[in-house]
Design a protein around this ligand. Structure first.
Ligand SMILES: [Mg+2]
Length: 322
């Protein structure tokens, strides 16, 4: 694509915005140094997904920490926006710091935190049945909301013997997140609580898979959410990307959509989220969406497509130096 694909929406005297054709994908590797500089000048806030953009499991993706720290050095406001619900914010910040990212708890927006923030915000006082992990439990505890359900659930002698007395009458909400101890009794309990119309149904996210690569597929939280939606015959309020709650939360922090860049490795969560919110979007190919996937989406003209693309986030620094 020619360099004139880069346009600015306003003159230099005003907020300068680097905006790519919405209908096509531009490889930032083909941009000149000046154009990269224009790109960097076009946003004040950086929202970055974590898994697949900054790291995979406990391994940092090469150059990502330097790139994020460079954005910060340029004065950008940073938020780490993750659909992962397994950790509390301080643990995410510690993990990021260990890998070389400058990060504070206040900059982490995880779905466990959002779930607790949401319930606190509506004045919820009952108990939560958590089909999820410790991250959700700890974030609920931090805002004074009681919870049950985390960890293995072995109904004795077997699930067929479950009785109404096995249900806690104080439960007023079910939260579904990632749960490595997911089991048939847990589905029974979640659906039984949700049989009451007053019981709130919240899901952290609906990601289909975790980024891993190779031939092993690691089912994501969406797998569990869809299962509970099916057996409860209800639809969950989903808080994570690409849904609305994250945007509302960020807007309450004073974010300006036109001056915000969303970086992600998945088109159907990160890029979809960015497009819905009116942010600029950068897709990196170091996680779930591969170059082949992107080519297919482009050929099928299947939105959401990112404004710009890079193989990995760290490449932006090499482009400035080259
Ligand atoms: Mg990701």
């Amino acid at each position: 694509m020619p360099n004139n694909a880069i346009t600015t929406r306003h003159s230099k005297n005003y907020n300068r915005t680097f905006k790519m054709f919405k209908s096509s994908v531009y490889n930032l590797q083909e941009a000149s140094k000046d154009q990269i500089q224009d790109f960097l000048n076009s946003f004040d806030t950086v929202l970055s997904d974590c898994d697949g953009v900054l790291w995979i499991d406990n391994n940092a993706i090469q150059g990502s920490a330097d790139a994020m720290n460079y954005f910060r050095k340029l004065g950008k406001k940073i938020f780490y926006v993750t659909n992962n619900s397994t950790k509390i914010r301080s643990d995410f910040a510690a993990k990021a710091q260990q890998m070389g990212f400058i990060a504070s708890q206040e900059e982490i927006l995880s779905t466990a935190y959002l779930a607790a923030h949401y319930l606190k915000g509506i004045g919820f006082t009952k108990k939560v049945y958590v089909l999820g992990s410790n991250g959700i439990a700890e974030e609920l505890k931090a805002v004074g909301i009681r919870h049950i359900g985390v960890g293995p659930d072995l109904v004795k002698p077997d699930f067929k013997s479950m009785q109404p007395s096995d249900l806690d009458p104080e439960v007023g909400a079910v939260i579904v997140g990632f749960d490595e101890h997911v089991s048939y009794p847990k589905f029974m309990k979640a659906a039984s609580y949700l049989a009451s119309e007053e019981c709130l149904f919240i899901a952290t996210n609906t990601d289909e898979r975790f980024p891993r690569g190779g031939s092993i597929v690691v089912p994501g939280t969406g797998t569990l959410v869809r299962a509970v939606e099916t057996c409860s015959e209800r639809k969950a309020l989903v808080l994570g990307k690409p849904h609305d709650y994250v945007r509302k939360f960020l807007e309450s922090c004073g974010l300006d959509p036109a001056r915000t860049l969303m970086i992600g490795d998945r088109c159907n969560t990160d890029i979809e989220f960015g497009v819905r919110c009116g942010f600029q979007t950068l897709l990196v190919l170091s996680g779930v969406t591969s170059n082949k996937d992107l080519e297919r989406l482009r050929n099928e003209k299947k939105p959401p497509l990112p404004d710009v693309v890079l193989p990995k986030l760290g490449d932006i620094l090499s482009l400035l130096q080259s």
